[in-house]
Design a binder for this molecule. Structure first.
Ligand code: NDP
Length: 238
């Protein structure tokens, strides 16, 4: 039988993080999900904890609450992320660094808080939610792509640091997924972006859960430093 673990999912109050959190809870784990403003109302079976990942103090509080209420965090899914899209000519330094601070440094802060106890326990799963954009780049997303490419480098470095102690670190690379983040895309733009894909549709949050469960699961102890695209074939290129 799969042992019940304690998981913390940043950005687990909605979107991709929420779907991953729910699938972990459905698999029998105890799952804390972060929110910034108000706790999700319909989070049955999940444990909301307030946390802004740009604050190390918030992260420490969220981990402390999770540890007190559920136990040591053994599975960390860093899904909190933002976009500030615009061409480089026109992008302010603040727009660049804000995206890095949330998407990359936020994930670093969480991993740094989680790792010592995982290493002491000789078991842990860290999963960064990257993006296919971190592999391919995307016009108008220099900040976002840099943050997501950075996650790959960080995951692979941590994989090398932690592998001997039973802690794996991997990156999920979703393609275009239907969430609040992509809600502004017009139906025509969605059609343009997805029509040529091998799987010619936008992805759903549920499309990501099988990969997330695999990479955070008991049987994935020999998978580390991996980047797993879940993108309908987008990252293969034309
Ligand atoms: P959403 O916009 O639906 O959700 C974003 C999540 O991130 C929310 O839970 C939000 O919390 C949280 N968040 C943002 N900033 C912070 C912060 N400073 N501290 C804590 N939480 C924060 O986006 P998605 O679900 O689509 O995105 C989830 C992840 O997946 C992101 O990392 C994104 O880059 C990545 N991704 C998304 C793709 C897509 O097509 N949708 C494709 C590839 C990757 P709050 O409710 O408090 O705002």
């Amino acid at each position: 039988m799969t042992p019940a673990r304690t998981a913390l999912v940043t950005g687990g109050n909605r979107g991709i993080g929420r779907a991953i959190a729910q699938s972990l809870a459905d698999s029998g784990h105890q799952v804390a999900v972060t929110y910034r403003d108000s706790p999700p109302k319909d989070a049955t079976g999940l444990h909301p904890v307030r946390c802004d990942v740009t604050s190390a103090a918030d992260i420490d509080d969220a981990f402390r609450r999770t540890e007190e209420e559920l136990g040591t965090v053994e599975i960390l899914v860093a899904s909190a992320g933002i976009v500030h899209d615009r061409p480089l000519i026109g992008m302010t330094e603040d727009q660049f660094t804000a995206v890095l601070d949330t998407n990359l440094t936020g994930a670093y802060r969480c991993a740094a808080r989680a790792a010592p106890r995982m290493l002491r326990g000789r078991w842990g799963r860290i999963l960064f939610v990257g993006s296919v954009t971190g592999l391919t780049g995307n016009a108008g997303q220099a900040n976002y792509a840099a943050s997501k490419a950075g996650l790959v480098g960080m995951a692979r470095s941590l994989a090398r640091e932690f592998g001997r102690r039973g802690v794996t670190v991997n990156t999920l690379a979703p393609g275009l997924i239907d969430t609040d983040m992509t809600a502004d895309l017009s139906p025509r733009h969605r059609e343009e972006l997805t029509a040529a894909l091998p799987v010619p549709r936008i992805g759903t949050c549920d499309d990501l859960t099988a990969a997330a469960l695999l990479l955070t699961g008991e049987s994935a102890g020999y998978i580390t430093g991996a980047v797993l695209p879940v993108d309908g074939g987008l990252s293969m290129g034309a």
